[in-house]
Write a new protein. Sequence first.
Length: 289
Amino acid sequence: MNDIFSSKEFLSNFSHEQVQEIEGKISLVESIDSTNTFLMNEADRFLPLLDEHGCLTSNGSRFNFSLKAAESQTKGRGRMGRTFISPISSGIYFSISYVKKGGITDPALATVSACVGVCRAIEKTFNVPCRIKWVNDIYCNHKKVCGILTEGIFNQTSGRIEGCIIGIGINIRTDKSFDCELKNKAGGILDGTIPSIETPSRTYFLANCYKEIKKILSSDERIIDEYKERSILNGKTVTVTPVIGDDRSAYEATVKGISDRAELVVTLADGTTRNLSSGEVSLHGTTLS
């Protein structure tokens, strides 16, 4: 049987021809505090990433599409300052740097691109269908298997967001350390299946994620259309909490869809429409983000 969750497999399997082409941009470790924190600190060493004309500097080109991946994180971070549980030997946790000519003017696009890229990689690698829950969560078999956190790289001298770090945590199997509440919400891509000799390795899956995300970010593909099609909230009645943690601000609405700017479009009981660029939504009384 192929032990896809062994540390030896994770740290030594990167010689596979599928991933050789990105070896110069990648670093794999068994454990780290946070892959996002690591690359954010690295970004400070490479500034400026863009020149006065908005083109990538030599440092910007070197840093662009760097990848830091770990088997576990001790201080994994999610949206709104939340902790992202990152146990060893059950998933993969990684961050990708992205430097864009002219700077990052639409941060949501990076998150949207990553969501679609990971969905494509999951389906390509494991043949498991994926859906997206606005704005940054990926679901398989009705449970969250992936969360994404995008953080901007701000250059105080230029006054621009010159790039961003896209942090991605993916559960391949539900970990035994998950408590009952977390197990009700979170799952793993391969839950309910039995690993075999044909089960792809985690590094093979990681390479697919990297390649799919890089391909999208490097192209002019209109990715928002696929993001919309994969949405699990269309037509659903949800509870919207504009200010996270403030239940007094919550209200019910019906999801009409997603705008071209990745905003969640909802209709209130009085018929008015709102386009949400931030906040949290829950479905059937269960928070899904």
